[in-house]
Design a binder for this molecule. Structure first.
Ligand SMILES: Cc1ncc(COP(=O)(O)O)c(C=O)c1O
Length: 421
């Protein structure tokens, strides 16, 4: 029995069966590569689902962890430590928002943002304004797995087994301005969007839809809440996806790459929204601990020092251009989209998408599939063109082989005398 077999058997016996893992045991990482138990190197174009922004074994992260773990790992939020205000300053300067609450994960940040919206609407009501408690979320949205998050997540399979979920959520058709206008009213306390939907298939909001959402929310005092958990922190070439649109939200949420692999989430909001929160209303034991904050500061500084926003833009543009060239030769690729290093290639079938992910893994390249037919690429921000070339060559080979096989299969019925003429 290999070590992997032993671990698989133990997990099968001991863990809740939530994940369908790939049969690979990674033991190390270096730059954009993961290394398995046999020493085989994999090009990682997924970065732990959009987390490892600086790749693996980055010296800035290693130094921050080493320094901070010798000094202080945890204090609780009953005391001050050196990291939160320093990190909050960096985040507010880069997002254009005023105040921060630190959580541990994406879904926890999102839960807090929903609570903030309800509390803010309550405050407005106490000041005599007419505003309700309803949320407008979008079709194909994904915001996480806790109750508020699944309630505002579109796919029924994430919500229905756990019903009843949090009431008061209505879904608007994606990028449908008329549907947004029809469903918006003074009953709504917040409009909830991702600037670029991640799990929903790397789908950017249209500028028209985004600005209408901004205008409608402003017209009643409802909050525009933008989930940047997947798109944020530089992945799209800007700190936040909404900055491509020139739209400022009232609240945004960050997580995934925020602390380069150490769990950390954040809610950022305006002074106006922050009026709704007082001591004791919300909190967390671990959120914004000294270790996570020290690493997040190091991540932001490294992104700037190494010019990684620019790299994400340039290498991302190159990646999409190469995928488009590939699409011109392979009909199976129906669409190529995204921003920076948040990239999708939509295929013509779910089976082919699944097969492509498996074939890439055989060639030691990690990608994944979302929304059934969408190949998703969320590589580390340090990706270079040569890595893109390697991935494109592998995709080319896979699609060429698949097309040849499909052609043989469709020719097969004619073999053995069925062909006419
Ligand atoms: C846009 C978005 N929001 C929220 C989440 C939930 O984050 P977490 O898995 O850290 O709870 C995700 C995770 O994929 C996400 O992509």
């Amino acid at each position: 029995m290999t070590k992997l077999d032993q671990i698989r058997a133990a997990e099968d016996r001991l863990l809740l069966s939530t994940y369908e893992r790939n049969p690979i045991l990674f033991v190390r990482g270096e730059g954009v590569h993961l290394i398995d138990e046999n020493g085989d190197r994999y090009l990682d174009l997924l970065s732990g689902i959009g987390v490892n922004a600086l790749g693996y074994s980055h010296p800035a992260i290693e130094a921050a962890i080493a320094r901070q773990c010798r000094a202080l790992i945890h204090t609780s939020n009953l005391f001050y430590h050196e990291g939160q205000a320093e990190l909050a300053l960096r985040l507010t300067e880069r997002t254009g928002l005023d105040r921060v609450f630190f959580a541990n994960t994406g879904t926890e940040a999102w839960e807090g943002a929903l609570k903030l919206a309800r509390a803010h609407a309550g405050l407005l009501r106490s000041e005599g304004k007419n505003i309700g408690t309803k949320f407008l979320a979008l079709e194909q949205s994904f915001h996480g797995r806790t109750f508020g998050s699944v309630s505002t997540t579109y796919k029924a399979k994430y919500r229905e087994p756990f019903g009843p979920v949090v009431p008061g959520v209505e879904f608007v058709r994606f990028n449908d301005v008329a549907d947004l206008r029809a469903k918006f009213s003074s009953e709504v306390c917040a409009i909830l969007v991702e600037s670029i939907q991640g799990e929903g298939g790397i789908r950017p909001l249209s500028p028209e839809f985004f600005s209408e959402a901004r205008a409608l929310a402003s017209s009643t005092g409802a909050l525009l809440i933008v989930d940047e958990i997947q798109a944020g922190m530089g992945r799209t070439g800007k700190w936040c996806g909404y900055q491509h649109y020139g739209i400022q939200p009232d609240v945004t949420t960050l997580a995934k790459p925020l602390a380069g692999g150490i769990p950390l989430g954040a809610i950022l909001c305006t002074e106006e929204a922050a009026r709704a929160i007082h001591a004791g209303m919300h909190g967390t034991t671990f959120g914004g601990g000294p270790l996570a904050c020290a690493v997040a500061i190091a991540v932001i500084d490294a992104i700037e020092k190494e010019d990684l926003l620019q790299n994400a833009t340039e290498v991302g543009d190159y990646f999409r251009a190469q995928l488009r060239t590939l699409a011109s030769r392979h009909d199976a690729i129906k669409d190529v989209r995204g921003k920076g290093l948040m990239i999708a290639a939509e295929l013509d079938s779910a089976d082919l998408a699944k097969l492509t992910v498996a074939e890439m893994l055989k060639r030691r390249i990690v990608i994944n599939c979302t929304s059934d037919t969408v190949l998703r690429f969320l590589p580390p921000f340090i990706l270079k063109r040569e890595h893109v070339d390697h991935a494109i060559a592998a995709l080319d080979e896979i699609f060429t082989e698949h097309a040849a096989q499909a052609a043989t299969q469709s020719a097969a019925p004619f073999v053995g005398g069925h062909a006419r003429g």
